[in-house]
Design a protein around this ligand. Structure first.
Ligand SMILES: CN1c2c(nc(N)[nH]c2=O)NC[C@@H]1CNc1ccc(C(=O)N[C@@H](CCC(=O)N[C@@H](CCC(=O)N[C@@H](CCC(=O)O)C(=O)O)C(=O)O)C(=O)O)cc1
Ligand SMILES: N[C@@H](CCS)C(=O)O
Ligand SMILES: [Zn+2]
Length: 772
């Protein structure tokens, strides 16, 4: 039996990668320093995995920004607009960062490539762009270099490649008249060149990630998988190919993969447990020699239940024999924090809850233990007994169940899930009350979280700054931000979210049933990380969470301040969720806690309340057959959290980072009075869906990309607004950025917002006139 790992967190135990990248981007360190930082993280990860006796240690799981963008650079799918950046940059890394973040420097002005959710996770990848005449060429040899780098350290690794079918399908056609899968014959030679180089360098195992196999496939897609892996195994008979899909079962694609001549097949037994029995049926493995059993949850932080994992392992062992079994996490450990040993403050993560969880390093130790136990009569082993005791302590803990919360859920009725009147009636009342101009301008909530803001919070948390000192500082920031928004001319100001570390963690910290960590960072995109809270028990809201800051901001202005909350589905999706009850139940508990807050804000005179739900699309199951059930409870939870308000209170929601076309009906069912939505990177493509569908309520399509420091021009914004006005009536349109401004600096924020407001003013003057 072998142990294997599919990928290790690459940000470093103390977010070294984040710090190095951000310093490099602001010219504080050299390229050599940045490269060195990457090298040292890789070495540390490989050595740790060697120490934990992992047999198949991954390489090329490291990335300076994103593994999909790495693949784009590897195969040379560099969009035309970066040609100038390519010429002006001597090194590939600068070109790579220009593609990820856009570039405005030395006469080059290019926007970034689109970014979207990696399957149903909170990780974001850079979307490949393809043209009809797309050519591919081997540009980056990163995978070979990193394999060699590990080898030089005496560590034989298993290079990880994003499979060509997943790579193409995750991309977008940038012009009409072709399907991206048609590019396969042109793409495959580059993959073959890379495999040849890896084979020459001494690689034995290669991991191909094809998570797209967890989604619904057409016949054409099945054929493509067949072609790719038959071709590769024929061309490289000495390479051992491990084909890995994760985040679900193989479903209808199982027959296709079982017919492939690959050496090993990975099963995600955390989200596709049924696959094991199917695969073990006599004769079904055909030419596949080994099974990789993903028994350890690569996406959640709960300690592995050895009893359940060993049952899977024993079953497979009985049918196949020990030598054909590989045990592994269900997917890359990219999605969990690095090391639980760094959590040493009991006041943050109590000893009781800490005993129930495992981070990446601990998951490697679990693999090590499972390998030992699987080869013994495990029931009497101390390793096993300790694990069983932890499981039992969690099951019977008094921390988890709250009768009051459960009773409140039992008494919910249909009327709790809908607004009193229809949108048309509400809109009349809201217009009368708010008196906003056409094309009202607003922002999505957060303003720059500068180093100073984060430092003050850090000092307060460490006890170096008093609570009063911290609150005074936040009040000053809020005061100045309200004044600034008035000066810029924004119609609906916000308080700025300066008091929040993160839009989910902040709420988690104030809700019962949640706990959090000090160092539980997980990469969200590029250098940006999040520290997801842990939901371990029944959820409730003991006291108001945001009323103080929103009311304070409202007291500073006559304009209507928009209250700012995170919605129940997003809180659920961006937390580590308890696995001892259905997600839908936990979500409903969170919805009631948010409802309490919404009603308290309304009571304090706040007449616009935004309940952000950027993660609604992300939570959508990967297979269509499971959508309805999910959408039912997810949309239900949003409605539960927002429906108790008066007709005159305007509910906004906000969504970003996803493609929403396929759930437009459900978005309409949310019945938010206004939805602000990310649109600019896709040049308002999304609005076609809203218009075709005849979306009934008001919409604020994002008019500029906030992920890039680039300041948009007024013409650009006007063009986008005209595009919007062509497909939707002006009376429905709001004007706002794509998302919150927390990652931006003040200078670019102020410039961009001034331009945005001026563009809205121009639009007001031209309403009704044909645009050209
Ligand atoms: C909107 N998005 C979000 C997602 N998920 C979330 N959970 N939250 C989101 O907002 N998913 C989709 C998108 C992804 N986008 C982002 C955007 C921005 C970030 C981000 O800025 N992350 C920050 C960390 C935020 C945070 O929690 N900060 C804390 C701790 C700050 C810190 O690092 N402190 C220093 C000390 C301070 C100093 O001296 O400088 C330290 O601990 O070392 C806080 O503000 O208190 C990031 O920096 O990556 C994430 C996802
Ligand atoms: N209100 C949040 C939403 C981000 S998705 C913000 O502005 O940062
Ligand atoms: Zn957003």
């Amino acid at each position: 039996m072998k142990t294997s790992n599919l990928g290790y967190p690459r940000i470093g135990a103390h977010r070294e990668l984040k710090r190095a990248c951000e310093k490099y981007w602001s010219n504080k360190i050299s390229l050599e320093d940045l490269i060195e930082a990457g090298k040292s993280i890789r070495a540390e990860n490989w050595k740790l995995q060697q120490e934990k006796e992992i047999d198949l240690i991954p390489s090329n799981d490291f990335s300076f920004y994103d593994q999909v963008l790495d693949t784009t650079l590897m195969v040379g799918a560099i969009p035309e607009r970066y040609k100038k950046a390519r010429k002006s940059n001597k090194n590939l890394l600068d070109l790579y960062f220009a593609m990820a973040r856009g570039l405005q420097k030395d006469g080059v002005d290019v926007i970034a490539m689109e970014m979207t959710k990696w399957f149903d996770t909170n990780y974001h990848y850079i979307v490949p762009e393809f043209t009809k005449d797309q050519e591919f060429e081997l540009v980056s040899q990163k995978i070979v270099e990193e394999f060699q780098e590990a080898k030089d350290l005496g560590i034989q690794t298993k290079p990880v490649l994003l499979g060509p079918v997943t790579y193409l399908l995750l991309g977008k056609e940038k012009e009409e008249g072709f399907h991206r899968l048609d590019l396969l014959p042109k793409l495959l030679p580059v993959y073959h060149s890379i495999l040849k180089m890896l084979a020459d360098a001494g690689a034995t195992w290669i991991q191909f990630d094809e998570p797209i196999l967890s989604t619904d496939f057409s016949e054409k897609e099945k054929e493509a998988i067949g072609k790719v892996y038959n071709g590769i195994t024929e061309a490289f008979p000495n390479l051992k190919i491990l084909l890995a899909s994760y985040f679900g079962d193989y479903g209808d694609n199982l027959d296709t993969v079982l017919n492939l001549p690959v050496c090993a097949l990975h099963l995600d037994l955390k989200s596709g447990a049924d696959d094991l029995d199917k695969v073990l049926e006599a004769g079904r493995l055909n030419q596949i020699t080994s099974l990789s059993l993903g028994v350890i949850d690569g996406r959640n932080i709960w300690k592995n239940d050895f009893e359940s994992s060993l049952r899977f392992i024993q079953k497979a062992k009985e049918k196949l024999g020990e030598e054909r079994i590989i045990i592994s996490p269900s997917c890359s450990l990219l999605h969990v924090p690095n090391d639980l040993d760094l959590e040493q403050n009991e006041k943050v993560l109590s000893t009781e809850v800490k005993d129930w969880v495992a981070f990446a390093k601990q998951k490697l130790e679990e693999l090590q233990s499972l390998k030992i136990l699987a080869n013994t009569d495990y029931k009497s082993q101390q390793l096993f007994l300790d694990n069983a005791a932890s499981m039992e302590k969690r099951r019977s803990s008094k921390l988890i169940h709250k009768t009051k919360v459960k009773q409140r859920l039992e008494h919910l009725e249909a009327k709790d899930y809908r607004r009193e009147s229809s949108f048309d009636k509400r809109k009349i009342l809201q217009d009368e009350h708010l008196k906003l101009p056409l094309f009202p301008t607003t922002t999505i909530g957060s303003f720059p979280q500068t180093k100073e803001v984060r430092q003050k919070r850090s000092q307060f948390k460490k006890g170096e700054l008093t609570e009063q000192g911290y609150v005074n500082f936040l009040m000053e920031q809020t005061f100045e931000t309200i004044r600034l928004q008035e000066n810029i001319g924004l119609d609906v100001p916000v308080h700025g979210e300066f008091e929040r570390n993160d839009m989910v963690e902040y709420f988690g910290e104030q809700l019962e049933g949640f706990t959090f960590t000090q160092n539980g960072w997980v990469q969200s995109y590029g250098s940006r990380c999040v520290k997801p809270p842990i939901i371990y028990g029944d959820v409730s809201r003991p006291v108001p969470m945001t009323v103080f800051w929103t009311s304070f901001a409202q007291s500073l202005t006559n304009r209507p301040v928009k209250g700012m909350l995170t919605g129940p589905v997003t809180i659920l999706q961006w937390s580590f969720v308890r696995d001892d009850q259905a997600r839908s139940v936990t979500c409903e508990q969170i919805a009631l806690a948010i409802l309490d807050e919404v009603l308290d804000l309304e009571k304090e005179g706040i007449s616009i309340i935004q309940v952000d739900e950027p993660a609604i699309r992300e939570g959508l199951p990967l297979r269509k057959k499971d959508w309805e059930k999910y959408l039912d409870w997810a949309i239900g939870a949003f409605k539960l959290s927002t429906s108790g308000v008066k007709d005159s209170t305007q509910i906004h929601t906000h969504m970003c980072y996803s493609e929403f076309n396929d759930i437009i009906q459900s978005i309409a069912d949310m019945d938010a009075d206004v939805i602000t939505i990310e649109c600019s990177r896709s040049q308002m493509e999304l609005l076609d869906a809203f218009s075709e569908f005849d979306y009934p309520n008001d919409i604020g399509p994002g008019v500029y990309d906030i992920h890039s420091p680039r300041v948009p021009s007024e013409e650009e914004i006007i063009k986008l607004l005209q595009k919007a006005e062509n497909v939707l009536p002006a009376s429905k349109l709001w004007v706002n950025p794509d998302c919150g401004l927390k990652t931006r600096g003040w200078e670019e924020t102020i410039s961009a917002l001034k331009i945005m407001v001026s563009a809205a003013q121009q639009m007001r003057e031209t309403v009704g006139q044909p645009s050209n």
